[in-house]
Design a protein around this ligand. Structure first.
Ligand code: SAM
Length: 202
């Protein structure tokens, strides 16, 4: 039996159909190579854009873009904060290859891009900020809860997880998970049916 291909497939097998996205984010121009078989390959996702426009970044230290797709969140973070080391990971190997190419195209030198599930590629590392547009379609229990639960052990004291969610698709579950693992959160942006949530490690 053939397993259906999703944007979170480890190795997409469909022939890649490439595209080029040009967009302005945080007042700067970016260009991203995209492909079928990765998340939102025809246009930058509205939730991703809201997270990028509102994410709160330290001047230096380390950041993680978990589930980087073709790379928009981490690459913008790296360009905005040249002294920040940005780690970018995804389970989807096609997404990882695109992120590498997009880091090069946009001149983002302070990034490291790795393939693998959840925190496996960065197991020994800790971060000042973890950014994610989480894979809600892969399942809250299976994919999203482990991201939130695992974030605590990978954040430095005072560090934060910042994530975007569609208010009517996962919003309530995600809020409940942040309450459970962090004891609370704040909404740092909202718009177009999305919210950006931030929870801090004490
Ligand atoms: C909603 S997409 C966001 C992609 C990209 N950050 C963006 O905003 O365009 C979620 C990403 O998480 C990845 N993903 C799904 N399950 C994962 C897992 N267990 N570990 C790491 N990445 C995963 C998917 O492949 C996908 O690229």
């Amino acid at each position: 039996m053939r397993v259906a291909e999703h944007y979170y497939s480890e190795r997409p097998t469909s022939p890649p159909r490439l595209g080029l996205l040009r967009c302005r984010l945080r007042g700067r121009d970016f260009e991203f190579l995209t492909s079928s078989g990765v998340f939102s390959h025809r246009r930058i996702d509205a939730g991703t854009r809201l997270l990028i426009e509102s994410m709160i970044l330290p001047e230096d230290g380390a950041a993680l873009d978990l589930g980087c797709g073709y790379g928009p969140i981490g690459i913008v973070a790296a360009k905005l904060r040249p002294r920040l080391q940005v780690w970018m990971t995804d389970i989807n190997q096609r997404a990882v290859a695109l992120t590498l190419e997009n880091a090069r195209r946009n001149g983002a030198e302070n990034v490291r891009v790795l393939a693998g599930p959840l925190y496996e590629p960065v197991e020994a590392l800790s971060f000042d900020v973890i950014l994610t547009n989480p894979p809600i379609s892969a399942g809250i229990r299976k994919a999203v809860e482990p991201i939130i639960e695992g974030s605590i052990g990978h954040l430095r004291p005072g560090g934060s997880i910042q994530l975007v969610v569609r208010t009517t698709k996962g919003g309530r579950s995600l809020s409940a998970l942040l309450e459970r693992y962090y004891g609370g959160f704040e909404v740092i942006a909202r718009g177009g049916g999305y919210r950006v949530l931030k929870a801090e490690r004490s």
